[in-house]
Design a protein around this ligand. Sequence first.
Ligand SMILES: Nc1ncnc2c1ncn2[C@@H]1O[C@H](COP(=O)(O)OP(=O)(O)OP(=O)(O)O)[C@@H](O)[C@H]1O
Ligand SMILES: [Mg+2]
Length: 292
Amino acid sequence: MSGTKRQAPVLAVINMKGGVGKTTLSGNLCREIFREHSAKTLLVDFDPQINLSQLLLTRTQYDDLHKQGKTLWSIMESRAPESVFAVAESDLHDIGKVEDYTTRLKYLTKTPDIDLHLLPGDFRLAILNLRENANSLKLARKRFENLITKARETFSLVVLDCNPSSSFLTRCAIESATHLLVPIRPDKYSVLGLEMLSEYVGQMTQLTKKPEFIVVFNGVGRTASSVETELRAHGAFGPSVMVTSIPRSNVLHARADYTGFAVDRKVAYTGVIRTVLKSGAGELAKKLHLKK
Ligand SMILES: Nc1ncnc2c1ncn2[C@@H]1O[C@H](COP(=O)(O)OP(=O)(O)OP(=O)(O)O)[C@@H](O)[C@H]1O
Ligand SMILES: [Mg+2]
């Protein structure tokens, strides 16, 4: 019974502002949690831009999985039943086994004894954001809820790389998240994205328990900017800002000619970046109550 099993934390990496590092940190920072805490981790590419899938899979690998229906689309959009009379509505909500849709990223990690899985994204998810009829979204929402419930029982950590809008997908992510990791660049517009998100979550009165905000500065220079100093001193947001800030670095910059995690690339300074990511991962793991 689901009530007796441990429920893993669900970390939605989210900001209404685009390009702040959601995908970079969903992949590279959460991989470090997986490594350091032996946490069986599921990375969900919850963005129709499928950037996280592109970061971690080659085009051929992605196309293969797409053909097999092993993307998030198969979760959100169930195949039409042969007869509506033969199938109960609750059967349509059931996605079956989570691991039938996910891919083990074993080939990208040096720790094959524990599991790091990816649930690849899909361009077709964008269709859901365009649908206006709430009823037609009901099934997708129920199936997503079912995914999260099962993933929380199967994995120790579930990570959602979100899209940068306030949309149906964003709402699903916030409703299922226990924690929101909000990357921000050290600029005013990026902070605005945080304020918008906080307002948006505040207005979601249907949430019985609001997810906890965790803010992380990404792409920082050698010295703290005034934006960073001000936000750290901010009455409401200050306490949720992580001590570790992620530097702007060529190591973390995604490249079209490289598939995989940033620190596995054989270039200079990967050790330095790994140390920062490790410290960030340690901080996050504490907030998520993950055991070492
Ligand atoms: N710390 C960093 N140092 C250098 N480059 C970075 C860093 N963080 C992110 N980038 C680069 O900045 C760009 C945007 O990052 P990313 O795709 O992670 O942002 P995002 O918030 O997921 O964007 P979107 O809103 O489009 O989903 C990418 O080219 C990425 O490689
Ligand atoms: Mg992204």
